[in-house]
Design a protein around this ligand. Structure first.
Ligand SMILES: NC(=O)c1ccc[n+]([C@@H]2O[C@H](COP(=O)([O-])OP(=O)(O)OC[C@H]3O[C@@H](n4cnc5c(N)ncnc54)[C@H](O)[C@@H]3O)[C@@H](O)[C@H]2O)c1
Length: 370
């Protein structure tokens, strides 16, 4: 049977584990998989762009397990009461090709994006970073704040959004988180004195959410909202002046902030820093930029983590037929449904008659042959 993790299962799981311990554990899985980066089969995601957004397929495999996530990004959705980003994923056994897990990934994507941001910041931000500025208070924002608290010891979050109701929601959701939450009146106010800046806005345009006057020496910028061709958040001079770190560079060159830079603009991949193959931050005054677009290995790690955590309580779904005779797929239908039992019986009778006097058999509409 294929295992299934739905939205309600994730909510139950998170109630058991607690959000911050979950994020710490997830960050461990992501970091472990980034450390064995070279053993993965990797590809840039397959994106289908439309006027209003994008639908993407994100595959990754380590040769034993294969993961695939379906995810969308529709910045206009919230105006109609829908999420900007939704997702679900599949984990399959490479040796048989069988899906072993199907999971919701809308909540898991928010968690994995936050955990990845924190893994990157732990490697790139100044170790004494305690103040986070968050530009954008949408669906991802609370997860970002909690991951930075849990993994970096961030104590204060300054939040700003064009939508004051989104800021109200953010402040209410994190009122008992232990973080000092400050509502900022502008981006300039939010970033003033911040050690780390996360940009997580949604707009299908070349936005300039952060401009060079917002960035000071020693800052770490975690840019997650620029993740599609023509959808960026940073002024290009910020990118040009920073040390830039990426997930999977061929994908980031098309989708990330560096789409604004020449094709040979120098970047370092995060896995190289995590494995010690490349330096991360080299001085306290350096400006580091994690140009995050979200990569399939993060979803691979997340599905693996969710399955390992919830193994005991996980539900089964009958996604793949279970057969006594794997060549008798048709027989499964006959055994389960009186209708198909009759069809199978009449087909069997027909083939007996056919052998006596050849004539074509009528195929009922909706036949399993189609
Ligand atoms: N890098 C990744 O791995 C990754 C993963 C998930 C989502 N994302 C991206 O992160 C972004 C945020 O996602 P979400 O689910 O929170 O979206 P959301 O629509 O729920 O929230 C976005 C928020 O940004 C605000 N906003 C838009 N323009 C702004 C501006 N100029 N200044 C201040 N606030 C502004 C909106 O009012 C909204 O509250 C999206 O662009 C999404 O595509 C990236």
């Amino acid at each position: 049977m294929t295992q299934f993790i739905g939205t309600s299962d994730i909510r139950t799981l998170l109630r058991h584990t607690g959000l911050e311990p979950f994020l710490i554990g997830l960050a461990g899985y992501i970091e472990a998989d980034f450390r064995r980066w070279e053993s993965f089969e990797k590809a840039a995601r397959l994106a289908s762009h439309s006027r209003d957004g994008v639908i993407e397929l994100m595959p990754a495999s380590d040769g034993e397990l294969y993961a695939m996530k379906f995810v969308n990004g529709h910045p206009g959705n919230t105006a109609g009461g829908k999420l900007t980003v939704t997702a679900f994923g599949v984990l399959a056994d490479v040796s048989t090709g069988y899906p072993v897990l199907v999971s919701e990934m809308t909540i898991l994507t928010a968690l994995r994006t936050a955990a990845t941001s924190a893994v990157a910041a732990r490697a790139l931000a100044r170790p004494d970073s305690r103040v986070l500025a968050l530009i954008g208070a949408g669906a991802q924002s609370e997860f970002q704040a909690l991951a930075f608290k849990a993994l970096l010891g961030v104590e204060e979050v300054r939040v700003v959004d064009l939508d004051t109701e989104a800021m109200d929601k953010f402040c209410l959701n994190l009122a008992t988180s232990g973080l000092r939450i400050i509502r900022a009146g502008s981006v300039a106010e939010a970033v003033d004195g911040a050690d780390i800046v996360t940009t997580c806005t949604a707009d299908k345009t070349r936005a300039r959410v952060l401009t060079p006057d917002h960035v000071v020496p020693g800052m770490h910028v975690n840019a997650i909202g620029g993740d599609c061709p023509g959808k960026t958040e940073l002024h290009p001079d910020i990118v040009a002046g920073a040390s830039v770190f990426t997930e999977y560079t061929p994908q980031t060159r098309v989708e990330g902030e560096i789409q604004q830079m020449p094709a040979d603009f120098a970047v370092i991949e995060l896995w190289q820093v995590l494995t010690g193959k490349a330096a991360g931050r080299r001085s306290a005054g350096e400006v580091t930029l994690f140009d995050s677009v979200g990569f399939a290995i993060e979803d691979f790690s997340t599905l693996r983590y969710a399955r390992d955590l919830s193994r005991a309580e996980i539900r089964d779904i009958d996604l793949i037929p279970e057969l006594d005779d794997p060549k008798d797929l048709f027989g499964l239908l006959a055994a389960q449904s009186p209708k198909w039992a009759m069809i199978a019986a009449s087909t069997a009778a027909g083939s007996t008659r056919q052998s006596q006097s050849p004539r074509p058999l009528a195929t009922p509409s909706g036949s399993p042959n189609t």
